[in-house]
Design a protein around this ligand. Structure first.
Ligand SMILES: Nc1ncnc2c1ncn2[C@@H]1O[C@H](COP(=O)(O)OP(=O)(O)OP(=O)(O)O)[C@@H](O)[C@H]1O
Ligand SMILES: [Mg+2]
Length: 514
């Protein structure tokens, strides 16, 4: 008998449907066609053992399984469960009339238990899109799938439970999750708060501006000045994820297999902190079975690169294109996949190898030229993509000894959210633009152009500080955000003055005294 069981596979961060056709006839040969990879080919051994350990008899017949569409490579062990069900259905050991209602996925272990698979969330989204009524997934993935409503989601621990669902024994109940509730309940939980950071008003303000406009930010300062400490608190002042953003980000984590067991929708923005020994593939994604990299896991959130110059140049240079395009394309021999990568880059570094260049009290012990050389580890084009560069000085003793808590993250976040709302309204007609960091020069001219006085000021300051021309657009973009925080329609001279202050590295004299 020929049966069809429906499943799905992942390409990029989207699922595509896969139909598993099972045909049974006289003989004993077992064959899988439809571009299976090794893991899929090995399914046979797992399926035979799993069926045996589930108290059933494996049908000793000639079995041909076709994975359709036949032109896309099928990877991984996620088809074990639907194939096992297809075999049992073809042997008429389970009812076949309702199979068309189900989308099924799961890896089998030899004893018949069902193991988790990657990408269950996008598969569940696909199942709803295609109108399937029921979804059978590994129990470990059930909460992530149940985020999708209008589909009954069954999390099964083993093959027997899956068969129970198909036989409609009523023993297993579908898992129901109210996404609005988890969203409302969870959004504001952060374990670190800006109120613990003493002093450092300018740097905190720079962070506020960066978050408000989605600007990339680089911190330069001596050891122990609180760079890592403040960067860690950044998620707590970012605007909350919208439902659509949460779904996008969770999908990527689901595909990468990075969701903890029992996790549902991600409610706070991701904060990724890859170490400087990270490989280019781990950072941007790819590999022989393509997987999203750190920059995609940071989608809609923050990518924090601590000790920026320690990252090999080859690793830093691959960041240039995704920072600009907010998506990364990974090409394989036969196809290419896109992973979204709209992240805010936050980087921190010491100003020189000894760490004390520009320190108010400690002398810098670097050799002449070393400061420049250290800075040059970050290429010009990469630096050019960082809107805000701030120097940070060690916190004053009086500040650090103060017992008065500083302004809380919640208060800062409130201003950030307000400024973002202004931007969202302004760019409502511009597809793909949500914040000032993303505007092109046309939008810049339209919305961020200062008046004559502001322009004159900009010219005077840029000349005096010997700033490179490439800083011009960056300054205006940041000034636009500062004006938004100020609730000002126009970009005024004071906004420009503040924005110029955030271009430490553009000053012609930086590092020249050594
Ligand atoms: N403004 C501050 N308020 C309160 N504590 C601070 C502040 N600045 C620094 N500290 C304390 O100093 C510690 C070291 O700071 P942090 O690790 O952030 O330094 P860093 O700038 O990242 O240094 P490095 O360049 O060595 O990485 C913090 O964990 C914190 O306890
Ligand atoms: Mg640090």
């Amino acid at each position: 008998m020929l049966t069809k069981v429906y499943s799905a596979a992942i390409q990029g961060i989207e699922a595509y449907p896969v139909t598993i056709e099972t045909e049974m006839s006289q003989g004993t040969r077992f064959m899988i066609v439809g571009l299976p990879d090794t893991a899929v080919k090995e399914s046979y051994e797992r399926i035979v053992a799993a069926i045996g350990h589930s108290g059933l008899t494996y049908p000793r017949r000639r079995i041909t399984i076709n994975l359709a569409p036949a032109d896309i490579k099928k990877e991984g062990a996620g088809f074990d469960l639907p194939m096992a069900i297809g075999i049992l259905a073809s042997a008429e050991m389970i009812p076949v009339d309702t199979l068309a209602d189900y989308m099924i996925m799961g890896e089998l272990s030899l004893d018949g238990s069902v193991l988790p698979v990657k990408g269950v969330l996008p598969m569940a989204v696909k199942a709803r899109e295609m109108g399937y009524k029921r979804l059978i997934v590994p129990e470990a993935n059930v909460t992530e799938a149940a985020v999708v409503n209008r589909v009954e989601v069954y999390g099964v621990r083993n093959l027997v439970e899956a068969l129970g669902v198909i036989r409609d024994t009523g023993e297993l109940q579908p898992t129901v999750i109210n996404t609005r509730e988890i969203f409302a309940g969870n959004v504001m939980n952060f374990d670190a708060d800006f109120s613990e950071v003493k002093g450092q008003q300018t740097v905190k303000r720079a962070f506020e501006v960066a978050c408000a406009g989605g600007h990339n930010i680089l911190l330069i300062g001596p050891p122990g000045s609180g760079k890592s400490m403040m960067a860690k608190r950044l998620p707590s002042i970012l605007p909350p994820l919208s439902m659509a953003e949460a779904l996008e980000t969770t999908k990527i984590h689901s595909v990468a297999g990075k969701l903890a067991r029992g996790s549902m929708l991600m409610t706070s923005r991701p904060f990724r902190t890859p170490h400087h020994t990270v490989s280019p593939v781990a950072l941007v994604g790819g590999g022989s079975n393509p997987m999203p990299g750190e920059i995609s896991l940071a989608h809609n959130g923050v990518l924090f690169l601590d000790e920026f110059p320690e990252f090999p140049r080859s690793v830093l240079e691959v960041l240039r294109q995704p920072i600009e395009d907010r998506v990364i394309t990974v090409s394989r021999a036969k196809y290419s996949v896109n992973y979204p990568a709209s992240f805010m880059l936050v980087a921190s570094m010491n100003p020189c190898p000894c760490g004390y260049y520009g320190h108010p009290t400690k002398p810098c012990t670097c050799m002449p030229g070393q400061v420049r050389k250290y800075m040059n580890r970050i290429s010009g084009p990469l630096l050019d993509r960082i809107d805000i560069q701030v120097e940070i000085q060690p916190v004053e003793f009086d500040d650090i000894a103060s017992t008065v808590p500083a302004e809380s993250s919640a208060d800062i976040r409130e201003r950030v959210i307000k400024a973002r709302a202004i931007q969202q309204a302004r760019y409502a007609d511009c597809p793909g633009v949500h914040c000032n960091a993303q505007i092109n020069s046309r939008l810049l001219r339209r919305y961020a152009w200062p008046d004559a006085e502001g322009l004159a000021k900009l010219k005077e300051r840029m000349t005096r500080l010997d700033m490179s021309a490439r800083a011009f657009d960056r300054i205006l973009r940041v000034a636009r955000t500062i004006a938004d925080l100020d609730g000002s329609e126009a970009v005024l001279t004071r906004h420009i003055a503040e924005a110029i202050g955030y271009r430490s590295l553009d000053r012609g004299n930086y590092g020249k005294t050594y």
